[in-house]
Write a protein that binds this ligand. Structure first.
Ligand SMILES: Cc1cc2nc3c(=O)[nH]c(=O)nc-3n(C[C@H](O)[C@H](O)[C@H](O)COP(=O)(O)O)c2cc1C
Length: 252
């Protein structure tokens, strides 16, 4: 089974900072202004530091009207001047999973800095992303960011109850497993699909679900990693390759 390169990759200090930012994150689609030069240089450092193998995060400027495609049933993205291009090497192993982990690390760092952002995988023009790509690379998603507009409603999107995401009853789970699953429940997902499913056996929590391995599962893994920042733990892929196993080494 392939190793999990995010294990031990982020410092506990960073994970705690992002765990604290989880409740304040929301998909911000209306901006009042761009990040400042100081904020940009902190973000450039983060982008370089959090990129897992098979992945590149590029900070770029944009004309939001050109990059984003307005769709009838979706909220418009307004006044975005900067974005993160999430670029994957399609030949690399687990590239989408890694993109979810590293991209969400950027999103939570932006939230920790008081900046707004939104994952966008659907309504943007790939041809408007102005960066040279190698033949194996492709743009998986973009993340517009900046200072949130006062008019941004910050309405929380509804979420399924935790029980609906669990294959067994979460009421009997130890606190760490409950906290890890709850951190995922509030995470962003494409069209708010929340495809994740959890089951627990002893000191191990299994993350699986429809489309396992795509970017939504990387986002989930990063939220679980944040929830576990203070506990010794280990990650591995399940033997059928259809799930991720998180083991709490302290829970005997
Ligand atoms: C992988 C991914 C792709 C997404 N793609 C889009 C998109 O194309 N357009 C958009 O407006 N929002 C997009 N979103 C934002 C989701 O709609 C949003 O996360 C979800 O509705 C939950 O709302 P919240 O992030 O405010 O909690 C995407 C989110 C994720 C995680």
């Amino acid at each position: 089974m392939p190793a999990c390169p995010w294990e031990g990759f982020f410092s506990p200090v960073w994970l705690k900072r992002w765990a604290d930012a989880i409740p304040s994150r929301f998909s911000c689609r209306r901006f009042s202004g761009p990040a400042t030069i100081d904020e940009q240089s902190a973000l450039a450092y983060t982008a370089a530091r959090v990129s897992l193998p098979g992945l590149r995060l590029a900070l770029l400027d944009c004309d939001g009207n050109e990059l984003f495609i307005p769709l009838l049933l979706f909220p418009r993205i307004e006044y975005a001047r900067q974005y993160v291009a999430v670029i994957i090497d399609s030949a690399a192993e687990n590239a989408q999973l890694h993109a979810g982990i590293s991209g969400e690390a950027m999103v939570l760092e932006l939230a920790a800095m008081g900046l707004g952002s939104c994952w966008v995988q659907g309504n943007f023009r790939r041809s408007a992303v102005d960066i040279p790509l190698s033949p194996a690379e492709r743009i998986l998603a973009v993340i517009p960011y900046g200072h949130p507009s006062q008019k941004e409603t910050r309405e929380r999107r509804s979420r399924k109850p935790l029980r609906a995401l669990c294959l067994d009853k979460p009421e009997g789970w130890p606190n760490w497993a409950f906290q890890a699953a709850e951190a995922v429940r509030v995470a962003p997902s494409a069209v708010n699909s929340q495809p994740w499913r959890f089951s627990r056996s002893g000191n191990t929590l299994r993350l699986s679900g429809r489309g396992f391995g795509n970017v939504n599962y990387g986002i989930a893994a990063l939220h679980m990693e944040c929830a576990m920042h203070a506990l010794p733990h280990a990650w591995r892929f399940s033997s059928d390759g259809k799930g991720l196993l998180l083991t709490n080494k302290e829970d005997t």
